[in-house]
Write a protein that binds this ligand. Structure first.
Ligand SMILES: [Zn+2]
Length: 465
């Protein structure tokens, strides 16, 4: 097994992966709050940690990946109220949509996807342990974590106590004008349990009265329940470092006397730039719309094209660039010998690829090595075995790529599609993008997807995406 190193947010260093249980790796990543369809930004941690687990298993480890679903939250109550629906019904529907939208990426599911609403018992137990230890206190039906009782508080996010603000979630709980803000001993403290409010339609019993959990406590409880304290990798978006992960770490340290995770790994944000997606309102790109338009393989190619820790620009241009990369690989696959071993003297690129993934999961460097392999295969002409390329593609979630179909096949099976393609190109030249979009949709209904090929646009069966 290669030495695997990952950047750890707590120490700020690239650290070797040292496992709690030899041969096994436990990963927990914070999942979505299900108040609406997820967007491309939510897909990034899903893809990063699904693929990281896949690589660690390739290296011989047995992996367990947990990605939770936050289905009790202020945002859900607010969205349900706005739609005049029960919050539980909205959360259930959006959980189903989240599963369907991420299923469409074709990466499979995490090993466990716990719901906050189904983890109330362990949450209450964890809070009780904090209260017993003097790290939390009840106040008129709420329970708060006593931040100053944890000497390690601030270590993960590298913040000093005076520069902290528990953020939106806590402001929502008790806005500054709300007299119940006085329930907190200290403004730094954050809610573990929130007393039932008349305008919230879900409620659970607890030793402190009816209410519901705060957001941070669910992850400490779920991670411990499914992976045990001191598991290997805690992941999530860099926007969660403070306060969410700082609070998770504090809750476990204070209740159990041990650190929650051995490594803290954070992915960068997706930044919307350039031309907006036509159907999207504002600057949000719902995952299902991006998938409808570009297909799972281009979306995955786009997501692995940037290093997970860096911000990633999202634009039509970026997605089109990813489509072109997918096209180049499918074009190469056309000339490769399927299911046959690759030449031993091409294995250097495979090694560079795997070493790049072992070195802080550097997917852009791995991708560059894979394209070096493709270039070399193209140079050698037809008949090169595809095994190495298939292995590399599989690790990037692109194992389903099929050899490109050439336009000649379409002309035989669906001549009308060819003329439609020609008319669409004409409309584009005349800058009648509405007509061009309509014809693209018509082609899709007929089962064809347009891709830019080396000699202009080509048609690919939709099933092949
Ligand atoms: Zn979390």
């Amino acid at each position: 097994m290669r030495e695997i190193r990952l950047h750890d947010t707590l120490t700020g260093k690239l650290l070797p992966l040292s496992l709690r249980d030899p041969g096994r790796v436990g990963i927990y990543a914070c999942g979505p709050t299900v108040y609406s369809r997820i967007h491309i930004g939510n897909a990034r941690p899903f893809v990063v940690f699904m693929l990281l687990k896949r690589f660690l298993e390739h290296e011989g480890l047995r992996g367990t990946l947990v990605i939770n679903v936050t289905d009790v939250n202020d945002k859900i109550y607010d969205a349900a109220r706005a739609e005049g629906r029960p919050s539980g019904e909205l959360a259930l529907q959006m959980t189903d949509r989240y599963r369907a939208d991420t299923d469409a990426l074709g990466l499979g599911r995490p090993d466990a996807e716990p719901l906050a609403s189904e983890t109330i018992g362990p949450i209450v137990e964890h809070i009780a342990a904090l209260v017993d230890g003097g790290h939390a206190y009840a106040a008129e039906g709420d329970v708060y974590f006593r931040v100053r009782s944890d000497p390690g508080y601030g270590s993960l996010s590298h913040r000093r106590l005076e520069n902290m603000d528990q953020g939106e979630e806590e402001l929502n709980a008790y806005p500054p004008h709300d007299p119940t803000a006085a329930r907190k001993e200290d403004p730094l403290d954050f809610a573990l349990w929130k007393a039932h409010k008349p305008d919230e339609d879900t409620v659970w019993d607890s030793p402190w009265g009816p209410g519901r959990p705060g957001w941070h406590i669910e992850c400490s409880a779920m991670a411990e329940q499914l992976l045990g304290v001191g598991f290997d990798i805690h992941g999530g978006g860099s926007d969660l470092v403070f306060p969410h992960h700082e609070n998770e770490a504090a809750q476990t340290r204070a209740a159990r006397g041990r650190e929650l995770a051995r490594l803290w790994v954070h992915n960068g944000m997706i930044q919307l730039t350039g031309e907006k997606m036509a159907k999207s309102a504002g600057n949000i790109a719902p995952l299902h719309e991006v998938l409808d338009r570009y297909g799972a393989q281009a979306v995955l190619m786009y997501l692995v094209s940037g290093h997970y820790r860096q911000p990633l620009a999202f634009s039509v241009e970026e997605l089109q660039e990813a489509e072109r990369k997918v096209h180049r690989i499918r074009d190469a696959l056309r000339r490769l010998a399927p299911g046959e071993a690759s030449p031993a003297n091409m294995s250097a690129q495979r090694e560079v690829f795997l070493d790049a993934l072992a070195n802080d999961f550097n997917t852009p460097a791995a991708l560059a090595a894979m394209f070096d392999w493709v270039r070399e295969a193209n140079r050698r002409g037809s008949g090169v075995g595809d095994a190495d390329l298939r292995e590399m593609l599989g690790l990037l979630g692109l194992g389903g790529l099929t050899p490109l179909q050439v336009l000649g096949d379409v002309a035989v099976t669906d001549p009308d599609a060819v003329s439609l393609l020609g008319r669409r190109e004409q409309a584009r030249r005349e800058r009648d993008f509405q007509a061009a979009d309509r014809m693209r949709e018509e082609l899709r209904r007929r089962g064809w997807e347009i891709r830019d090929g080396p000699s202009g646009p080509e048609l690919i069966p939709v099933a092949e995406r």
